[in-house]
Design a protein around this ligand. Structure first.
Ligand code: 6PG
Length: 480
């Protein structure tokens, strides 16, 4: 057996296999292992022409095959499977070795694992990897978190295998200690949900308002992809909408069951945002839209409810409306990213991660599912002002959204009037209006809380905390 593989990969499902091939193609001798040995053998023989693979059949063999300090990438399922692999390797590894978890782990698990392994002197890098099958093979976006020492041990390798941004830099950066990388990846996925939902709503609205066939709508997305909406998700939307089902000849989109599934990272994003007290309404609506789509009984019960029939626009009005939808989509997308970035900012403060948001935007610029041209401008904004309180505080984005707000409102109003559901568009617009409202009805909420539960309130005109005796003379009592 080869005794000095540069790096090891355990877990050879699609992502692990392709990541191992990517490493081998970059000249690394890769020790490979899978629970089912046949998969290891298939990779070693099937892709032998791509580089050097060292097939191993046990953790012991893996450890023996790796040069020191050992670098092992774990590409198994998040959760128990990852814990099991770590438990198996911990007694076999030595102080100074590094384990990289390249799965979609929950950041809290990464924090726990990092702390536990640190006790044993083993470094742990929680690295979010995005880009799907194709990205893992040809260049993913990589979001690592862990100690600087662990990152330094992996940096040359990660730089080699990552996607390349338009500036020519690798789409990878050390995002902070322990769970920072997996947190950023989780929010990436949350934004992915929101972006996909917004695109889906744009398609749905256009179809119902213009009566255009999906293939014609594909052209609209193609056109949008040449402008400020340029992104991977808009690009693949055009491809999907243009596709016809081979069996039936129908638009492919019309033969797919309209129930969207999820593996859980969007849900984690929302759960975590609730804990941090950060509004991620766009992402939340996207998660709920997926669950609602899967509630067959609920939908069957609702299908008889009355509502308006969408009105079909004439050619000129349709063209104008499509322009308005572009504005609504862009503005809503900026809100969704702003909310996700806010969540990263809040977590970074809570966990003292010191995440560089310009670096996050740069890492998201290539290789990952949410890669988009406008992230260049996000990166520029946070490079110029790392402490920018919100993406919407950037004068450029504020101006663009300001220009988009009227068409955005028209789109949401038309959708509401015609009974076309646009949860993410509406949530984004509501967020925008909430932020710009000088006086919110939260004052009434506070008064109600004080009325029924003596929860106290603050006043605008003087400092201190107060309670009103609602049940007696309604006199105001200073509490502090
Ligand atoms: C990526 C994707 C990847 C995966 C999602 C899909 O960045 O490459 O986000 O992680 O496609 O987990 O998530 P759902 O199955 O929940 O849609």
């Amino acid at each position: 057996m080869h005794t000095s593989a540069h790096i090891g990969v355990t877990g050879l499902a699609v992502m692990g296999r392709n990541l191992a091939r990517n490493l081998a193609r970059h000249g690394y001798a890769v020790a490979i292992h899978n629970r089912t040995p046949q998969r290891t053998r298939d990779l070693a023989t099937g892709c032998a022409n791509e580089g050097t693979f060292v097939p191993v059949e046990s953790a012991k063999e893996m450890v023996a095959a790796l040069e020191r300090p050992r670098r092992l990438i774990v590409m198994v399922q998040a959760g128990q499977a990852t814990d099991d692999v770590i438990a198996e390797y911990t007694p076999l590894l030595e102080a100074g070795d590094v384990i990289v978890d390249g799965g979609n782990a929950h950041f809290a698990d990464t924090r726990r694992r990092e702390a536990a392994l640190r006790q044993a002197g083993i470094h742990f890098l929680g690295a979010g990897i995005s880009g799907g099958e194709e990205g893992a093979l040809n260049g993913p976006s990589i979001m690592p978190g862990g100690s600087s020492h662990a990152y330094d041990l992996l940096a040359p390798v990660l730089n080699d295998i990552a996607a390349t941004t338009p500036e020519g830099t690798p789409a990878v950066a050390h995002l902070g200690p322990d769970g920072a990388g997996h947190f950023v990846k989780m929010v990436h996925n949350g934004i992915e949900y929101a972006d996909m939902q917004l695109i889906a709503e744009a398609y749905h609205l256009i179809r119902h308002t213009t009566g255009y066939e999906p293939q014609r709508i594909a052209e609209i997305f193609r056109e949008w992809n040449r402008g400020r909406l340029n992104s991977y998700l808009v690009e693949i939307t055009a491809e999907v909408l243009a596709h016809r089902d081979a069996d039936t000849g129908l638009p492919f989109i019309d033969v797919i069951a309209d129930t969207a599934e999820q593996k859980g990272t969007g849900r984690w994003t929302v759960q975590t945002a609730l804990d941090l007290g950060v509004p991620v309404s766009g992402i939340a609506e996207a998660v709920f839209a997926r669950s609602t789509s899967g509630h067959a009984t609920l939908r069957a019960a609702g299908s008889a409810l009355p509502g308006p029939a969408p009105t079909i626009l004439g050619e000129d009005d349709a063209a104008r409306f499509i322009g308005q939808v572009e504005q609504a989509l862009y503005a809503s997308k900026v809100i969704a990213y702003a909310q996700g970035i806010h969540q990263i900012q809040a977590a970074s403060r809570t966990y003292a991660w010191n995440v560089d948001l310009a670096a996050v935007a740069a890492v998201w610029r290539a290789g990952c599912i949410i890669r988009a041209s406008f992230l260049d401008r996000v990166r520029e904004s946070y490079t110029a002002r790392p402490d920018l309180p919100s993406l919407l505080a950037d004068p450029g984005f504020a101006c663009e959204i300001g220009t988009a707000q009227l068409p955005w409102r028209l789109v949401v109003s038309r959708a509401t009037r015609d009974g076309v559901p646009v949860p993410a568009f509406a949530a984004a617009l509501t967020h925008y209006d909430t932020l710009r409202t000088p006086r919110l009805p939260a004052a009434l909420t506070q008064a109600q809380r004080d009325y029924f539960g003596a929860h106290t309130y603050r006043r605008n005109d003087r400092p201190g905390v107060y309670h009103t005796r609602w049940d007696s003379d309604r006199s105001e009592q200073p509490i502090t």
